[in-house]
Design a protein around this ligand. Sequence first.
Ligand SMILES: [Zn+2]
Length: 438
Amino acid sequence: MIERFTILFHYIKTKFFSSFSSREKLLAWQDRSVQKHIKRTMRKSSFYRDLYQGRQISFWREFPIIEKKEMMDHFTELNTANISKEKGFEVALKAEKMRDFSPTIKDITVGLSSGTSGNRGIFLVSPFERRKWAGNILAKTLPGRITKENKIAFFLRANSNLYNSVNKGKIKFSFFDLEEETENLISKLNDFNPNILVAPPSMLRIIAHEMESGKLSLSPDKVISVAEVLERFDEHFLEEVFNQKIHQVYQCTEGFIASTCSHGNLHLNEDLLVIQKEYIDKEKSRFFPIITDFSRKTQPIIRYRLNDILIECNDSCPCGSIFTRIQTIEGRSDDLFYGKKEDGTLVPVFPDFIRRCVLFSSDDIEEYKIIQTSPSSIDLFLSGDFNEKDVQGKIQHELLQLFSEKELMTPVLTFYPYLPEAVRTKKLRRIQRNFDVN
Ligand SMILES: [Zn+2]
């Protein structure tokens, strides 16, 4: 009862009462909320107490930035639930292995955050935070009212208590485990017949192909892409098959960062967190988000840098929202390419430029993956109905031009046929760098 009430409360609050009349009012409200949150956090978390010691809270916008590494190194002192890092990992790993995602420690949900191996993290969410999250996400994604019957199919690598808290009232929520065989998933999906379909773009592609071949018949009201970057390339294909806009929820274990509005444009969820921008290009359009979630108490996230690169959009949105509009999520900083100058210095090349070189070369590319294996070599995997020599020549021309414009040494390109990823539980990254720059 309390559970349902809390979800409903946050649903209503987010959907109907968090419209700010101006940016100024929003910023002032954020400022008050963050200051209050930091004071509270410093009382309960020895990590943050030590980190902010002697600083004036009103200058929180310039406080030290932390990243995943600091968060994990100091996990025990950072969280306010007295859960040690060892215990947290033990419970989260066991849940993942057994594919049983119900275990909690003292009511607190413990989950594993995906990352490349060696870069694993855990997260903690209290029952209250869980309900608040459910209310928020429903408010921002449900196409109709919460009182309408909705069947949500949710494809993910790992389930969590977090997601089951959505399974309430008129909402039927079904978790589809990406580790299961495609055939099973498709037949389950056929039976469930959801009106809302939520999945990573790589899985949405599989579903779309099954629909095209007539093996699956679905007519969802809303399709939402999660967990991977939705490339324009995949978006077009999916829009065509599903015959509607593809929506996006951009959320990670650190927070529910952005979601699409009714017009299908991405907006930062500035009613839920503060997102500061660390610009990384001269034009000031690309940035790393520095996030502060002023309502998360169990595992406080304050001035935390995500390694995703976002591209800002300065146009106002027809939906009227004053929340910052995002043109696209470009990808992770780990996937920045690097070119070499003659003097040996390495210069970053944004994934979007690489992507454009390839996609401008042919309309007939069906799948692609580009991996930079060293500053002087790039492997390209392509499939589609095109003349190989032709397309390879064009891509070569485009990429070499890009590198020479930036006065970078010419990389060696090697072409291969594209093979679907054998392991579907890995995140699809179409642009990837396979070497360290430091
Ligand atoms: Zn909008």
